[in-house]
Design a protein. Sequence first.
Length: 188
Amino acid sequence: MPENHIHANSEQNIISQPVVLVGLMGAGKSTIGRRLANALSVPFIDSDAEIIEAAGCSISDIFEGYGESIFRDLEQRVILRLMTGAPCIVATGGGAFIQPAIREAIAQKATSVWLKADLPVLLERVSRRDNRPLLKTGDKSEILKKLIDERYHIYAQADITIDSNYGPHESVVEDIVSALKQWQKKDA
Ligand code: S3P
């Protein structure tokens, strides 16, 4: 086993509150989040999946049937409910951290981690599936570029920023774990 392999048992109790992954569509929040939760032996929650379950339909259906603002209300309700203090990993939808009320709740009750990736990487990842309503309205690259301009300075307010470009998922998870350890030390 490689020396730097993350051992579930050795990485328990690193976090004492929720860790919330933020960043643009395609940054890897759900994929990395699931692995991070596994490495830290805490529950994994995907806020979009919670919304889908609560609404009983897909995110695209919510956007099409009720509009984006209803989706944002649901998103806020779901995420505020998750900020209860119990340690877990929460992957949020790309627009969640942009909502001031959500950002505020995360700042008070959680540690935020921005998974930062560059346009070509995001584009390659989002092109694998066609389930994101915001990307169905035009050229994906143009839309992502605009969202980068609008959102990156807000994601930058997260407690921790992690490069989520190329490289194995495991090394991104390891980077997050060491950043969280540093972060906890700072708070101690
Ligand atoms: C959105 C991102 C999506 C989803 C919704 C809106 C956004 O989540 O919440 O389509 O505003 O960036 P992912 O970032 O998980 O794709």
